[in-house]
Design a protein around this ligand. Structure first.
Ligand code: BGC
Length: 743
């Protein structure tokens, strides 16, 4: 007797509300060969196509396929393999799939390629700080080329979650707090991975993640429930995904709930929004084991319930739980799941394989990477260095401590990051450990040569220095021409499942900082971290601060070159830096208050008693080697219509005595509208390089779509009304000109 269906209450409600969407929709047009394949497949083979299982790994054998996995593969029960990073295993899997199975359907071979593969680029948040889409795209091109060498043909990247809480470790993997910037970065990353043609054998299929508001993390925790408004979902979290509907072949559903239903089984997101409204035909992959997590979320009692909820909700491929494989054939036979729903998902998986060229040429990527001799060749490392140099944010530089003069005779480099190699890579480094990252000490030694007395004082623990270490640090700093404090978070303090309640410098690092600063030498703090480290005390006490995120394989070289002025600081903060965790959420695009905090302290305004509401460093902040004056923005016309954008010009002058590059930022606000709109929204930036004393002008184009807000369904539009156009060097320092939107 088949079990009666058990659908717990929450899911039942969602199902009832969305009943019309839950029947398998009309079959999407798939190629004839796909339909012919589906017609020949058994229920088990169909469920097998939806099964994305993990390859095995052990200390002695490295990556391998167990006999059980090989057996399932041979029987057509595996649609793709995860965690592939070895050419031999990948090739063998593809040979079994195409030559030893009944239907010869190739497998996807997936790996998380997050910020490089053999050559590691800066952590994504650092890449976002570079504000350079060309380099983002090139880094993914290189990552794809390196990854295909190991047999990878698909990646679970880019991560496009708009981060709303820096306690959340995954802030490190995204583009920061601006939805617009995450959208631009997402496009560039997908182009880099896939090229313009997803069949290109030098590319890999991208699977942007995590669709469904993962960045709305509550309390900064991973894997939690999110209760946000539909407006926040649509305006803050979904736009980067919406922008990829024509190019992404796959989306990964987020772990979190939305409106109390986990996204992995959420028909509102996976069916209504993705399919009905956006018209997307991308395949939807679960996050790792997300189907099994439906039970722990309390929306499925058994594995079969979870499989049913997933397939009805619109989830097509099951990463790592094997519930689809184990349960779907039985569910279809028992009449609990319509056969058409299973076919719909199989069609999506096969269509993905067709679109990425696998059905026609399953070995094309192996052929394209045949005979490679080096995993991380010099040109790739040069790109990584160049990108790292552009990701470093100069937060503070009192008295022009930086850049240090090349004439120095002695340099002390102190702290847990002083000579750390693998820490350079950050939390998700692909195969980068094998490419020997350059430590800061090594980068400095190389740059300064043997004539400089380089005093390296590593500190073993990130929680603080021992007495001996502190004494050695003070001795090294004494009389040094330049002192570098290499401090901040360890690589493992951000990334997945790496949230922190305290996001200031870890442990007792400030004690070491104070002991060294007391020597009174020219000192710069180099702060590592995958999030905006709060550093209120450091910002008050250290004269110079360089935020370096995790700069990757060539990090040590890049940071050394910037500290000694061989390169200029071009990066800006893609996130606001809170003064204290108590201020969170703190982001530039917040909604206005009825009693805004104009000054601090103040009474009866939206203020804290103990600290201002403003961030320590605002979004967009970053200094240069010179000083710029940003003038008033001017507009060509005051009326913005749907057809005619407004041209905005901003005068900039280099008021310092060194050449430099200014980055002018544009923010917009619908000043009065039927609904309350964010106080500012980052929408564009322009750079201008100016000689000392030179003045120039940058130009922006403001169009109506930049201020549009969510109306209904997939429709975004603005209402007529005044708009504040704000320009300046950061979100914390803008000048305003008002225009009127009259469509
Ligand atoms: C993460 C995903 C990742 C997957 C596979 C999950 O835990 O949330 O971002 O792609 O694991 O590694």
């Amino acid at each position: 007797m088949p079990r009666p269906p058990h659908v717990p209450i929450v899911l039942a409600l969602a199902v009832a509300l969305l009943a019309p969407l839950l029947a398998a929709g009309p079959a999407r047009a798939a190629s004839e060969r796909i339909e012919a394949l589906i017609a020949r497949m058994t229920l088990e083979e169909k469920a097998g196509q939806l099964n994305f299982e993990t390859a095995d790994w052990s200390q002695d054998r490295g990556l391998y396929m167990s006999e059980e996995t090989e057996d399932r593969l041979r029987r057509g029960l595996v649609g793709g393999l995860f965690n592939i990073h070895a050419r031999g295993v990948a090739r063998r899997a593809q040979e079994i799939a195409t030559r030893e199975t009944r239907l010869g359907i190739p497998v996807m071979l997936g790996y998380d390629v997050i910020h490089g593969y053999d050559t590691v680029f800066p952590m994504p948040i650092g890449q976002a700080a570079a504000f350079d889409l060309e380099r983002v795209e090139r880094s993914e091109r290189i990552a794809a080329i390196e990854a295909i060498g190991d047999g990878v043909n698909m990646t679970f990247s880019p991560m496009l979650d708009t981060s709303r809480d820096p306690r959340w470790g995954r802030t490190a993997e995204g583009a920061g707090e601006s939805t617009w910037w995450a959208t631009e970065i997402g496009r560039a990353r997908v182009r880099g991975f896939q090229t313009a043609d997803p069949r290109d054998p030098t590319g890999i299929a991208a699977c942007p993640k995590h669709l469904g508001a993962n960045g709305a993390s509550k309390g900064g925790l991973d894997y939690t429930a999110m209760e946000i408004s539909e407006r926040e979902l649509r305006e803050v979290h979904l736009p980067p995904f919406r922008a990829l509907v024509d190019t992404a072949l796959c989306f990964m559903a987020a772990f979190n709930t939305y409106d109390s239903v986990p996204v992995a089984a959420n028909p509102f997101i996976l069916r209504r929004i993705l399919r009905e409204e956006w018209g997307s035909d991308a395949m939807v992959m679960s996050d790792f084991g997300a189907l099994s997590e439906l039970e722990r979320h309390g929306v499925a009692e058994t594995d079969a319930d979870a499989a049913e909820a997933g397939i009805r909700g619109g989830l097509q491929m099951d990463m790592a739980s094997t519930f689809y494989l184990a349960e779907l054939p039985g569910l279809v036979r028992a009449g609990r799941v319509p056969a058409a729903l299973l076919d719909e998902a199989v069609r999506a998986v096969l269509t993905l394989k067709e679109r990425m060229g696998l059905l026609d040429a399953p070995f094309a990527r192996f052929e394209a990477s045949e005979g490679r001799t080096e995993t991380s060749p010099a040109p790739h490392r040069a790109e990584a260095q160049d990108f790292a140099e552009r990701s470093l944010v100069l937060l503070k530089n009192e008295g022009d401590v930086l850049p240090f003069a090349r004439s120095v005779r002695s340099v002390a480099v102190i702290g847990p990051h002083a000579d750390a190699k693998f820490e350079m890579l950050g939390s998700w480094f692909g195969r980068g450990v094998f490419s020997r990252p350059v430590s800061l000490a090594a980068g400095l030694a190389d740059l300064l040569g043997p004539g400089v007395d380089l005093r390296i004082v590593p500190v073993a623990a990130f929680e603080g220095a021992t007495g001996d270490e502190t004494r050695a640090a003070v001795t090294a700093a004494r009389g040094a021409d330049a002192v570098i404090l290499a401090i901040g978070e360890a690589a493992g303090m951000s990334g997945e499942a790496a949230s922190r309640t305290d996001i200031d410098l870890p442990g007792r690092q400030m004690d070491l900082v104070r002991a060294v600063l007391a020597e009174g030498r020219p000192t710069a703090a180099v702060v590592f971290g995958g999030r905006p480290v709060a550093m209120e005390a450091l910002a008050a006490e250290a004269p110079a601060i360089l935020k370096v995120w995790f700069p990757g394989t060539m990090g040590g070289t890049a940071v050394a070159r910037l500290l000694f002025g061989d390169v200029e600081p071009l990066a800006r903060m893609p996130v606001s830096t809170p003064r204290s965790v108590g201020q969170i959420p703190v982001h530039h695009d917040r909604l206005p208050s009825g009693r805004p905090a104009i000054k601090w302290p103040d009474v009866y305004s939206s203020n804290y008693l103990d600290r201002p509401t403003t961030p320590l460093f605002p979004f967009g902040h970053g200094l240069t080697w010179t000083r710029f004056e940003f003038g008033e923005p001017a507009v060509d016309v005051r009326r913005l219509t749907d057809d005619a954008p407004v041209s905005v010009t901003v005068p900039v002058r280099n008021a310092g005595d060194r050449p430099g590059t200014a980055m002018v930022q544009l923010y917009l606000r619908s000043r009065f509208a039927p609904i309350s709109r964010p106080v500012m929204m980052f929408r564009a930036f322009e750079r201008i390089r100016l000689a000392p004393g030179e003045a120039g002008t940058v130009r922006f184009r403001v169009s109506a779509d930049q201020i549009a807000w969510w109306q209904a369904g997939d429709r975004f539009a603005a209402a007529p009304g005044p708009i504040d156009v704000m320009t300046g060097p950061s979100a914390g320092e803008v000048r305003t000109v008002r225009i009127d939107y009259m469509p």
